[in-house]
Structure formats: structure tokens, C-alpha cells
Write a protein that binds this ligand. Structure first.
Ligand SMILES: [Zn+2]
Ligand SMILES: [Zn+2]
Length: 131
């Protein structure tokens, strides 16, 4: 799979049954649709708090300029969730986080779930950036 930002090959990273795809250059991260909910499970957080990126009710925006899905190569839509515009594939439901976006999203989720922000960030850091 190629990075939607810089077209470098994504690198596969794994932990606790989660298998994410990371761009080593721009630090973007790809979650397949089910992987986003798997993350909730892996860190024992209520899936409800992950719904904003799964449910399609968030008035998606679509534009020809938007990024291409690394999985199916179709243009992705943007969903407004967690105070950001996140890229999501219309076809397969996968989610793309640019550089630091994942951490902003996790901040919001940690707050909602009443858990330690740093602990949650640390978990993603371990999967993605400590190899
Ligand atoms: Zn990239
Ligand atoms: Zn796709």
C-alpha cells in the first residue's frame, strides 16, 4: 500500500493482534475499518467512544482533491469527528490519520473514557514508532 500523502510504501506494524500501516516518512497511519474498533478492544475502551469515525452520519465531505485510499485507490471522503476532518474511505471504511491527527483524536477519546491520555498515546507510540 502507498501513503496517500507522499506515495511511499506503508510499513506494516503489529501489536496485540492489531495490524496497522504506517508511513515512515510523514508518520500517517492507516486503520482498516475493523482495526479502528480493534484498537478500542486492545486498550479496553468502550467502543462507543470510537463511533464517531465509524458511523456515517457525520455529514461527510467529498471533493475530487481529496486523498486516495491506500487500499482501493478511490478518493476518500472527509468526516468531521473529534473536532478534526479525518479521511475515510467510502468503499471499505478504512481510516487515514495524517501525522499527528491520531494523537489529537486519542486525546478526545481519553477524555470521554476517563482514562490517562499519556497512556493511550504511549500505546500508539509503542506500536508505531518504537521499532
Ligand atoms: Zn507519507
Ligand atoms: Zn478504500
Amino acid at each position: 500500500m502507498k501513503c496517500p500523502n507522499c506515495e511511499k510504501d506503508l510499513v506494516s506494524v503489529e501489536k496485540d493482534g492489531l495490524n496497522l500501516d504506517l508511513c515512515p516518512t510523514c508518520k500517517g497511519i492507516w486503520f482498516d475499518a475493523w482495526e479502528w474498533e480493534d484498537l478500542a478492544e486492545a486498550i479496553s475502551i468502550d467502543k462507543e467512544n470510537f463511533n464517531e469515525l465509524v458511523a456515517s452520519k457525520n455529514n461527510p465531505l467529498f471533493d475530487e482533491e481529496f486523498k486516495k485510499c491506500p487500499l482501493c485507490n478511490r478518493k476518500m471522503e472527509k468526516i468531521q469527528a473529534y473536532g478534526l476532518n479525518i479521511d475515510r474511505c467510502i468503499a471499505d471504511g478504512g481510516i487515514w490519520f495524517d501525522g499527528q491527527e491520531i494523537f489529537k483524536v486519542l486525546d478526545v477519546i481519553a477524555e470521554k473514557s476517563n482514562i490517562d491520555k499519556e497512556q493511550l498515546k504511549e500505546y500508539i507510540n509503542q506500536i508505531c514508532f518504537e521499532k
